[in-house]
Design a protein around this ligand. Structure first.
Ligand code: MCN
Ligand code: CUM
Length: 805
């Protein structure tokens, strides 16, 4: 019966549904040290594996001598490529259609490459074993600079591809070439450039970097010889995909593989791919008959598992002298390292980089991407990136500022002039996407009003004048970024991973007493899914979020899904949750109609139950309906109340945002200070504003790190020189600026609850804001583009080169 003693608002508040700043339920265990991570899982008889890694970036392996290592107390086995060949696992397929060595086969192609896997009774013995393995190398010429990868005399890196003129994505032009990917209309774009009144051209590099989850990559494999079953605990962002890949390459029936991703201490894309450690631990478990754990250390994580970016983007814009853009031409040189192990949907060798037209109405555009091999670690894409959208946003947002500078126009004004207008949505971009919804002018103006943009520009003009008069050594920069993202891979018509369509799923099962469990194909690594998914269900079916348990990450119980990355969970699984909830609700409505003795159509939904239209006292709450479903369902109806939905989205979602960074730089030291950072995000319907804010804070901090210093750098001999937290910039609370967040709400028209993704937006939008701030600060001294990362030393170098020091 309806509880008439509480108000509608109170009933609604009790649900803690969508829009509520519900506190994160998972934090109860995390803040008490009760999380359960892979390294917390300990199985009887468990062994530990660790890698012998190459000190050389490019060398032939003359010999590997295991003899001494096998005599080290505690060492049980040493695996090399020769051993893996016996089970056909010396090489493994990558998600990008390439193959990758699991253990060095004949030669090594990057520093710290996996050469041998030592298995021992504990980690210390494994480490002693590693030091006792004797490997004889013959150094080969090293290729570091991607711009020389396709030189006629460039060393041959991939001997396994010798003579192969076709790659996974078409013809190869050179022995170090991986693919060329082109999109757009070349002739129309060339014509636009011929007619242009103003053009700009700049080579904009987005340097190589790496995510830094607190928990590194790791797994625990346990093969049960009697049952023929393999259980893998791992830090996996996409557990089902791992299960399918293992079934395909290890030839174990898929139902006999149990993949469990327990709590994950951050992923940021680092845990999408498959790494040699997983294969070696599995093989070692099969060989020894005992569980084998592999846990990376920090240096291994930074140097060997999936890097990010390394895109070198030659960018040209054609425009009228009034500042209307007429064409965009981009050529990308993509450094993929030794193997193309990019984690993209299979058909997209450069991810969704063709979102590079950004938020602007470009009538025509052309894009070409060349992927090349170098002697660097493989990987690509991972790191809060939504498949190269980060690179694309940086490219266009930097280029728009360069164009504004050439036109002598304010960069905000140039953007306002070229935005896709609200009435143009759904908008078809020149490079092939259909943007679902947006209201860019409103967001931009809200940003400009809130920060007093005009006032900041006046202050900057005064500071510049004072600098010229020699009254100050500080310069001021305003960095605008207006980004459009594309997230929610994806519609099966254009997205798959190794042939599996990129849908996602949800199964909701309500119990007799009105509580329930929901299971998804996604896997939270810190995004708070246990909190937010229950909120969607609460609003959809009127059961309080606290009464819904959310479970992810166990392939035996979760419905098949493609996992969490590319901010796809809300756009895809979030939709599946709403659809499954609606199926449950439809059955509940039949039960209510039967109980209330009316036709279903005479019922209306009212917060937490059904009411007979026009008869407010005739009400049946969802909790009661749950009981009835198990106790006395209508005749002919199956008992129980549950549903599953596999959701294939009709389109992706296009969140956007307007960011502004105000920065002061001391030219004599290069020391910068982020005085203010404002971030307005529009991710459509907001499920949990507090979680969104947390996502934005985290993503902005990563963007700050990347733009201002974080880098995986190689010296000219191929040595990694930033392979530990001593040299790799990881901002702490001391360096991190204060974040101001704001929002507008433009729902996605095709998503059941109107929500778009948000997790990656702050990284996508943040990097150009920081870099534009630095570039804007220096622009009045005559510079057009300074490459990232903008650390103190490089800022000082820039000031010196411009004659300011
Ligand atoms: N959300 C919301 N309302 C919206 C959109 C999202 O309340 N309109 C909430 C969601 O319910 C979810 C969170 O925000 O709890 C992030 O949702 P979404 O944008 O769909 O992104 P995913 O859940 O798919 O997470 C992936 C994204 C990626 S790709 C990286 S990389 C990243 C990120 O999330 N890695 C993270 N944020 C991270 N945050 C933490 N703590 N740890 C990581 O490893
Ligand atoms: Cu590319 S980082 Mo996130 O997609 O897991």
């Amino acid at each position: 019966m309806n509880d008439m003693t509480i108000t509608r608002a109170e009933r609604e508040a009790k649900l803690e549904g969508m829009g509520c700043k519900r506190k994160r339920v998972e934090d109860i265990r995390f803040t008490q040290g009760k999380g359960n991570y892979v390294d917390d899982v300990k199985l009887p008889g468990m062994l530990h594996g660790d890698f012998v890694r190459s000190p050389h970036p490019h060398a032939r392996i003359k010999s590997i001598d295991k003899e001494k290592a096998l005599k080290v107390p505690g060492v049980l086995a040493v695996l090399t490529a020769e051993d893996l060949k016996g089970v056909n696992l010396a090489w493994m397929p990558t998600l990008a259609g390439d193959v990758q060595m699991v253990l060095a086969d004949g030669k090594v192609l990057f520093q710290n490459q996996e050469v041998a896997f030592v298995v021992a009774t504990d980690r210390y013995a494994a480490d002693d074993g590693i030091n006792a393995v004797e490997v004889e190398y013959e150094a080969l010429p090293v290729l570091v600079d991607p711009f020389h990868a396709m030189d006629a005399d460039a060393p041959v890196l991939r001997e396994d591809l010798e003579g192969k003129t076709e790659g996974a994505h078409g013809p190869r032009k050179h022995h170090n070439h991986i693919f060329e990917w082109t999109v757009g209309d070349r002739d129309l774009t060339d014509a636009a450039f011929r007619k242009a009144e103003v053009t700009i051209k700049e080579m904009i590099s987005y340097h190589r970097t790496h995510p830094s989850p607190l928990e590194t990559c790791q797994c625990l494999c346990s093969f049960d010889k009697v049952k023929g079953e393999l259980t893998i605990y791992g830090t996996f962002q996409a557990p089902h995909v791992i299960r399918t890949v293992v079934a395909l390459i290890a030839k174990i029936p898929e139902h006999k593989i149990h993949v469990i991703a327990p709590d994950i201490g951050g992923g940021f894309g680092n845990k999408v791919g498959a790494y040699p450690g997983y294969i070696c631990a599995a093989v070692a478990s099969i060989v020894t008959g005992r569980p084998v754990k592999w846990v990376e250390d920090r240096i291994e994580n930074l140097c060997a598992t999936s890097f990010a970016r390394d895109y070198h983007m030659t960018t040209e814009i054609a425009a009228t002298k009034e500042g209307k853009v007429t064409g965009l031409r981009v050529h990308v040189l993509a450094d993929h390292g030794a193997f193309d192990a990019c984690a993209d949907p299979s058909k997209w060798p450069a991810g969704f980089f063709n979102i590079v037209t950004g938020s602007y109405d470009f009538p025509t555009a052309h894009l070409a991407v060349d992927g090349v091999y170098t002697n660097k670690a493989p990987g690509g894409v991972a790191y809060r990136c939504s498949f190269r959208v980060t690179e694309a946003a940086y490219c266009i947002e930097r280029a728009m500022d360069i164009l504004a500078q050439k036109l002598g126009m304010d960069p905000a004004e140039l953007r306002l002039k070229n935005f896709i207008r609200q009435e143009q949505f759904p908008y078809h971009s020149a490079l092939g996407w259909e943007y679902d919804s947006g209201d860019y002018h409103t967001a931009m103006k809200k940003m400009m009003d809130t920060v007093d943009y005009a006032g900041l520009r006046r202050e900057q003009a005064e500071k510049r004048a004072a600098f010229r008069r020699g009254e100050t050594r500080e310069i001021m920069g305003l960095g605008i970024s207006f980004f459009t993202e594309i997230v929610g891979a994806g519609p099966s018509k254009n997205c798959d991973i190794l042939g599996i369509a990129m849908f996602d799923s949800c199964e909701i099962r309500l119990h007799p007493t009105g509580a329930g469990i929901a299971r998804m194909g996604t896997k939270s690594q810190g995004q708070g899914h246990e909190t937010t998914w229950a909120q969607i269900i609460a609003t959809e079916i009127g059961i309080p979020a606290d009464d819904i348990m959310v479970e992810e990450g166990n392939t035996d119980t979760a419905p098949y899904g493609l996992g969490t990355y590319g901010s796809r969970s809300t756009p895809v699984a979030g939709a599946a949750i709403a659809m499954a909830a609606r199926k449950v609700k439809a059955k509940a409505q039949m039960i209510a109609a039967y109980r209330l003795e009316v036709h279903e159509d005479d019922l209306e939904w009212d917060i937490d139950g059904f009411r007979v239209k026009g008869l407010p006292e005739k009400f049946l709450g969802m909790k009661d309906i749950c009981w009835i479903a198990y106790n006395a369902p209508p005749p002919g109806m199956e008992p129980g109340l549950e549903a599953v939905s596999y959701y294939d989205p009709p389109n992706m979602t296009y969140p956007f945002g307007a960011y502004l960074c105000v920065m002061d730089i001391d030219v004599d030291t290069g020391v910068y200070k982020v005085r203010r950072f404002y971030a307005l995000d529009d991710c459509g319907t907001r499920i949990n504003p507090m979680i969104i804010e947390g996502q934005v804070h985290g993503g902005l901090t990563e963007a700050f790190a990347i733009a201002m210093g974080q880098e995986i750098r190689y010296d000219e001999n191929g040595n990694v020189v930033t392979g530990s937290f001593m040299d790799f910039f990881l901002p702490t609370a001391v360096e991190t600026p204060h974040w101001e967040t704001d929002f507008t709400v433009t729902p996605s028209p095709h998503h059941p609850i109107g929500a778009k993704g948000v997790g990656e937006s702050p990284n996508v939008g943040g990097v150009p804001a920081f870099s534009n701030a630095v570039n804007d600060a220096f622009s009045f001294l005559g510079s057009t583009h300074i490459q990232m990362p903008h650390d103190f030393w490089r800022n000082w170098q820039a000031a010196k080169a411009l004659g300011a020091v």
